[in-house]
Design a protein around this ligand. Structure first.
Ligand SMILES: Cc1cc2nc3c(=O)[nH]c(=O)nc-3n(C[C@H](O)[C@H](O)[C@H](O)COP(=O)(O)OP(=O)(O)OC[C@H]3O[C@@H](n4cnc5c(N)ncnc54)[C@H](O)[C@@H]3O)c2cc1C
Length: 397
């Protein structure tokens, strides 16, 4: 079955080589990555070779100058084979977007050039012990002296922290600042150390390797991103995270629909002239999949305006992007569950071409990656101030 993910892939990912990496590398290792909860080392070696990690670095700094739509399509293609690899890539692209749009100092521009040149992998530490998923609050603070900063953060979840070359960390601007007066700081090895706390043995997305760490870093003040974190979060993190993540979920759903379709066609071939009972359920499943694909594509189209993309600026933008996150994270579970109903024991059992255990477990992370309850709580407040609470679009400002 040709799905939205594979069609987009043909259109946009050739330049970045992701289609080949997904097929020839990520798919081969995905089950072992999941079983062993290990980092997808082979996939990232291949992505580096194809220079994918610099895709969102502007062309004048030596990067690929790709659009949000292009990198999102690549993430979706990868997720069809290995959702952990795709989520790591999605999170990396998100960090690069923050740097490219909000890092204007010479030091940060040089660092972005290094990301493209040396294919550096960048992780994120926003979640904090005692604060949880409240993105717009920090407890840790920057201590600045003589043009240098020092910080220490208790970070309960840092994906691929052990493998990353750098981590973007949220912190209060000074030790006297209130929790919401935050900056985003680029912390780069070897001036960055990560002391692992606990293990990453989870239901799904096991290859993201996201245990807790005590993050300690020093650096020069120009490595602090130029804009306040409030602006970075609203203008860039919100659209890039929800759009890139939703492409991971679309890729997972696409894999599940693909397996269900292959099984139904196999059964049809076994009994020529009859329509297998799963065919009608497949048609119903495709309706749900198309809803997910349309939601993802329509939200992307609002922000995919060439290299750099459009910033999310309005209440309507925030409402729509939050709705994408909540809607897509629910639909992916519906799609994979529906596919499991079609595949039956062949889907439930591990090690068959139709096994859906990994996809189902990975899909359940979607509602937690920034809790849907928290996001719905945000939208509940935003819709109170929006003029037209139904649409949540441009007319609301
Ligand atoms: C696979 C994966 C990878 C991740 N990688 C990273 C990473 O690299 N870096 C990073 O910083 N973080 C990362 N996170 C953390 C993530 O971004 C969230 O911060 C984290 O999942 C929130 O955890 P929580 O649900 O315990 O906390 P909270 O969001 O604090 O929620 C705690 C509980 O409170 C409930 N709740 C919260 N707000 C409301 C509300 N308004 N109304 C009702 N109930 C509410 C929630 O339902 C939840 O049950 C990752 C998470 C996952 C699953």
């Amino acid at each position: 079955m040709t799905t939205a993910v594979t069609r987009d892939a043909e259109r946009t990912t050739a330049a970045h080589g992701i289609g080949r990496v997904a097929r020839e590398v990520a798919g081969l290792h995905a089950d072992d990555v999941d079983r062993s909860a290990r980092f997808p080392t082979e996939t990232f070696a291949a992505l580096r070779e194809a220079e994918v990690l610099g895709a969102l670095v502007p062309g004048d700094l030596g990067g690929g100058g790709a659009t949000l739509g292009e990198v999102s399509a690549g993430v979706g293609v990868l997720a069809r084979q290995c959702a952990s690899s795709a989520m790591v890539l999605a999170m990396h692209h998100l960090q690069v977007a923050c740097l490219a749009r909000h890092g204007r100092t010479d030091a940060l521009r040089r660092f972005l050039g290094d990301v493209a040149d040396r294919q550096l992998l960048i992780a994120s530490a926003t979640t904090e012990a005692g604060i949880g998923g409240r993105l717009r609050e920090s407890s840790c603070a920057l201590h600045v002296q003589d043009g240098s900063f020092e910080l220490e953060k208790q970070a309960p979840v840092v994906s691929y922290g052990a493998q990353a070359d750098a981590v973007l960390v949220t912190a209060r601007r000074t030790p006297d600042s209130p929790p919401g007066d935050q900056v985003l700081v680029a912390c780069v090895k070897p001036q960055l150390s990560l002391e692992q706390v606990g293990q990453w043995d989870t239901l799904g997305l096991r290859g993201t390797c996201s245990p807790g760490f005590v993050v300690r870093a020093t650096g020069s003040v120009p490595m602090v991103l130029s804009d306040p974190f409030a602006d970075i979060a609203a203008e860039t993190m919100l659209p890039y995270s929800h759009i890139l993540w939703s492409h991971v979920w679309l890729g997972i759903a696409s894999a599940a629909v693909g397996k269900a379709g292959a099984l139904v066609r196999k059964k049809a071939r076994q009994d020529p002239g009859t329509v297998p009972p799963g065919a009608r359920r497949l048609a119903e499943l495709d309706v749900v999949y198309q809803q997910l694909a349309a939601l993802v594509a329509s939200t992307l189209s609002r922000y995919d305006e060439g290299a750099g993309g459009r910033r999310a600026e309005s209440v309507g933008d925030a409402v729509a992007l939050n709705a994408l996150k909540v809607g897509a994270s629910k639909l992916v579970v519906d799609v994979v569950t529906g596919a499991l109903g079609i595949c039956g024991m062949d889907g439930y059992r591990e090690g068959t071409p139709f096994s859906l255990g990994r996809q189902l477990r990975d899909a359940h992370s979607a509602a937690l990656m920034v809790s849907n309850d928290r996001i719905l709580g945000d939208n509940a407040q935003l819709l109170l101030i929006a003029k037209d609470p139904v649409a949540g679009t441009e007319g609301n400002q």
